[in-house]
Design a protein around this ligand. Sequence first.
Ligand SMILES: Cc1ncc(COP(=O)(O)O)c(C=O)c1O
Length: 393
Amino acid sequence: MEFATKTIHAGQPSEPETGSLIAPIFQTSTYEQDAPGVNRGFDYSRTNNPTRARLEAVLAELEGVPHAAVYASGLAAENAILQAYLTPGDEIVIPLDVYGGTYRILNTVFRPLGCVIRQVDLARPGALESALSARTKLVWIESPTNPRLLVYDIAAISAAAHTAGALLVVDNTFATPLFQQPFRLGADIVVHSVTKYLAGHSDVIQGAVLARDAAVFEPIKFLQNATGAVPSPFDCWLTLRGLKTLELRMQRHADNADAVARALDGHPLVRRVYYPGLPQHPGHDVARRQMTGFGGMVSFELDGTVDEVVSFVSSRRFFALGESLGGVKALVCHPARMTHASIPAEERTKLGLSDTLVRLSPGCEHHRDLVADLLDGLTAIDQARSLNVTVAV
Ligand SMILES: Cc1ncc(COP(=O)(O)O)c(C=O)c1O
């Protein structure tokens, strides 16, 4: 079955009782039992729910593995992996560029418990190998990363992690299973902020964990019920609906990102564009090798002041200023003050996260409107400079 067909048909037969083409939302907390302890596969909706089970089946198909569990948010999904695999004294290796919430949960929740977080520049040859030890349980990467769209060689990192006896976790949120299949590249666990492209309409908060190996999956799945961070049946249904257009949406997001990146690249007010589809992007060749598309995100550094960035991101016509990404409606974000504000300023500098970095999530609008909106914003900065006035926020 091809990818687009899976998003519509996998695990989603018409409802057997009525023929309802789209399965109903099983909005129930519990299930009538035939006899004490005898049920029809469902006993309580924290433990399992038919709408959730359908969603998990589709996600597993899309990533090409047998096991999936969904959680109330991407961070709840991350927490389940970390809680399952890190005990005091254990080590985890993460790259410099990592989602701010991942950095926060590791440093404020797991470090105080005695876990050791080694943050290294995975693009530097030998850096990963020297960070690994007999106590390394997990190597955790995003690729492409949030927010600089760095690309890591998943197969090479997986080989190094496995040599040290560690598991490789890949956050596949930015790429989606359409553009990147981490299990084929050696990942042991894949995590998603379903909130983003998978649900796709900026109306759901949800996460997912996937695994090929039952033994790897079991402790993570156990925590879904044991700690209870499960999504509602309605939210699962919304994601099932969103997934049906995943391929169509991703193609449009990717086309729009490409148009935006090319319009910004070389603009006099743009110091640098981060987009793996540009040939000068340091991860371009790896991206071509391990992805089937460059994704829908673009970041750029404004050659200007933080005030100018604030003005730019606050006054776009089609790019709403907001956290998150991956929805049909375009979003713009200032990571230093928003998604990555939880990383202290001096750490951000060390990590190469400029305060004039702007992150764009082009939606499914027409690319001409999106590009014009961005170029208008840059022209406004230019005009304000030549008039020597402060740009209005
Ligand atoms: C790459 C990445 N991973 C994980 C998360 C966390 O997901 P959620 O916001 O659904 O908890 C985010 C959120 O922005 C993200 O961008």
